[in-house]
Design a binder for this molecule. Structure first.
Ligand code: PHE
Length: 331
């Protein structure tokens, strides 16, 4: 393109038509570089300005600027029309709309449904939800919770040990290790839940699975008592399973709570076990860097699958880990 041509009406008309005819992004880029790129007439015009005599420069520069603005308007219009998708290559606008095609609509997995409901209930009570790792060290999973290497309580939660000769890592058997991790980094008072997968060396059957989602609860503050534990758990269980549901505590044993209880709920006339709970053992508070003379607290843990099991009357827990739509579509 000769530099002189660029101020003609035909040049502008052709530029407009070229931008109008752009059909794709590469097309747009090509047209842009033709009219506005460094080799374009307009840009070459700009670089020729210093060579012009002083009295021509101002006039010529003004004309070039006005031409450039017009070309930019054409370019912008072409880009916007592409962005709207009206001219996208490969887009067939004659296809029937969504209402004429049938799509299967998915939904949350039943375990996720229970988890979401659980988060809502605890958030309503002012709890924070804390993330955690699925692989834990032996210290946090066992020792810091009063379970030294030879402690028989380890057998209740036999695990898959990962021993690479250097560190003692375990796929965590419960979420309770996060109690210590959280206490180390936070000053009481606090109320948290820690949801997450746990892993146990279980022989599978209809009521046992080797991995499940646990929900750990941890509350630490001044003057926290067993009645706070009971009140909290009653509120949560009734919110999840219905206001008519009752709960009871059975004396139990966990090395990291004292006293320890087993939590049951009475659902449709039957007592069902939900999980473990108790007042945090003073040594566990010390291991987490918290003064047991000043603070007390409670902890609890239960499985989301167990709540799903009760709520939905499942006959085989393993279904929750299978990708079987016949089962999952019921929820
Ligand atoms: N960690 C226990 C379990 O997995 C549950 C529990 C949590 C008990 C917190 C007491 C306190 O069975």
């Amino acid at each position: 393109m000769m530099i002189e041509d660029i101020f003609s009406d035909s040049f502008l008309a052709k530029a407009k038509a070229d931008f109008n005819n752009v059909k794709s992004k590469p097309d747009l880029d090509k047209t842009k570089s033709m009219y506005l790129g460094s080799d374009s007439g307009v840009m070459k015009g700009f670089s020729s300005i210093p060579k012009l005599s002083a009295d021509h420069r101002a006039e010529y520069g003004k004309n070039l600027n006005s031409l450039k603005s017009k070309l930019e308007v054409y370019y912008k219009a072409a880009r916007e029309s592409l962005d709207k998708g009206t001219d996208l290559p490969g887009l067939d606008l004659s296809l029937p709309g969504l209402s004429e095609r049938s799509f299967a609509h998915g939904h949350k997995h039943p375990t996720s449904q229970v988890l979401s409901q659980t988060y809502d209930v605890f958030r309503g009570l002012g709890f924070s939800i804390v993330d955690s790792d699925e692989i834990e060290t032996d210290w946090y999973n066992f020792e810091a919770l009063n379970m030294p290497k030879d402690h028989p309580a380890r057998e209740m939660q036999d695990t898959f040990y990962v021993n690479n000769g250097k560190s003692n890592l375990v796929p965590r058997t419960h979420t309770s290790g996060t109690q210590i991790r959280f206490m180390e980094n936070n000053k009481p008072p606090f109320k948290i839940i820690v949801p997450g997968r746990v892993f146990r060396n279980e022989d599978e059957d209809a009521t046992h699975i080797w991995s499940f989602y646990q929900i750990e609860g941890l509350v630490v503050g001044e003057g926290i008592s067993m009645s706070d534990l009971k009140g909290t758990l009653l509120t949560v269980v009734q919110s999840l399973l219905g206001p008519e549901v009752d709960i009871r505590f059975r004396a139990s044993y966990f090395p990291y709570t004292e006293p320890s209880v087993e939590l049951d709920c009475k659902y449709k006339g039957k007592w069902l076990e939900l999980g473990g709970a108790g007042m945090i053992h003073p040594q566990v508070l010390i291991n987490g860097g918290i003064d047991p003379e000043k603070y007390t607290g409670f902890a609890f843990g239960w499985g989301a699958e167990r709540i799903a099991n009760i709520k939905y009357g499942l006959t085989d827990l393993r279904e929750l880990w299978r990708p079987r739509f016949v089962f999952l579509e019921q929820f």
